[in-house]
Design a protein around this ligand. Structure first.
Ligand code: C2E
Ligand code: CA
Ligand code: CA
Ligand code: CA
Length: 278
């Protein structure tokens, strides 16, 4: 169900199972900030595990707050996701990411860009037509866009979400399951899901080289992904031993502070077509 607060922000109520209290003032301020052009995207490169070349980037939103400075999504995204502000935020993120990817494409850099897709956004009838219209507007080949959805997003309304994701995929956009391993996807369901990519959550990846249990989980996920012909991305790679272990285990792409931080588009652009990292 939905209720509207005095400032006109619509809040979803999740059966009141949560004790979380939204910061309504900040939420209203965020909506004003989106309209005033205060959001920014930072891009964190994805590196090929073998060659250590840039082979993609994840778009991550920040709020350039006039008084508080550059705010990470953890500060404002949870509240936004409990309200209709997430819809406006996601519209902005897609428009900006698709535009930037198209600029790189026209400059001869084919960098596939991944965008995080909120469940509330995907639940809208207009979600897929809106994204397709953006690709057309920017003349961006669909293969250069990946949408990331979390396991929980897919599993709360499995049939609806799967149908939407199938539509997205049929258009040539790639679909990734984000934070894989933290949700409750039954492995039996995995072959049915319309997906291209698994992103192994950083809770398994970080320090896997000295935790046999985590290493076993990572190896299993990679084996399953191979069997299903899915691309495997390891996120949260924070040191070289982990990067080497992941490459040896057969991960396709590496993402993490050890390789590179999220950064403004201009900074990433300077590295395209340059030397490997790590
Ligand atoms: P995520 O999708 O799992 O994104 C990866 C997060 O891990 C990013 O945090 C990134 O900066 C951080 N990270 C990358 N490498 C490392 C590492 O080696 N070690 C550690 N400890 N962290 C690393 P960030 O940018 O703060 O984003 C947090 C979350 O906010 C994201 O997690 C995603 O769930 C959400 N988010 C970010 N941008 C958007 C967006 O545009 N839309 C939506 N719906 N969600 C977003
Ligand atoms: Ca993500
Ligand atoms: Ca993730
Ligand atoms: Ca995560």
């Amino acid at each position: 169900s939905a209720k509207r607060d005095r400032t006109g922000v619509v809040l979803w109520t999740a059966g009141d199972t949560t004790t979380h209290r939204a910061d309504l003032r900040q939420l209203t301020e965020l909506r004003t900030g989106i309209r005033a052009g205060h959001l920014r995207l930072h891009y964190q490169p994805l590196y090929s595990a073998g060659s250590r070349e840039i082979n993609g980037a994840e778009a991550l939103v920040r709020w350039q707050h006039p008084q508080r400075g550059m705010l990470p999504p953890g500060v404002f995204l949870p509240d936004a996701e409990r309200s209709d502000v997430i819809l406006e935020l996601t519209d902005w993120v897609f428009a900006e990411a698709v535009h930037q990817t198209a600029v790189w494409h026209r400059a001869g850099h084919d960098v596939p860009v991944s965008v995080n897709l909120s469940p509330a956004y995907l639940a809208q009838e207009r979600a897929v037509p809106t994204i397709l219209a953006l690709l057309e507007l920017e003349r961006l080949p669909a293969r250069l866009l990946t949408v990331e959805v979390t396991e929980t997003a897919v599993l709360t309304r499995p049939d609806q979400a799967a149908a939407r994701l199938a539509e997205i995929r049929a258009a040539g956009i790639r679909v990734a399951i984000d934070d894989f391993g933290t949700g409750y996807t039954s492995l039996g369901l995995l072959p049915e899901l319309p997906i291209d990519e698994l992103k192994i959550d950083r809770s398994f990846v970080s320090r896997m080289h000295d935790s046999p249990a985590r290493a076993t989980i990572v190896h299993s996920v990679i084996a399953i992904a191979r069997a299903l012909d899915l691309t495997v991305v390891a996120e949260g790679v924070e040191d070289e031993p982990t990067a080497l272990a992941l490459a040896a285990a057969g991960a396709d792409l590496l993402q993490g502070y050890h390789l590179d931080r999220p950064q403004p588009a201009e900074q990433l652009e300077a590295k395209l077509g340059q030397h490997p990292a790590g």
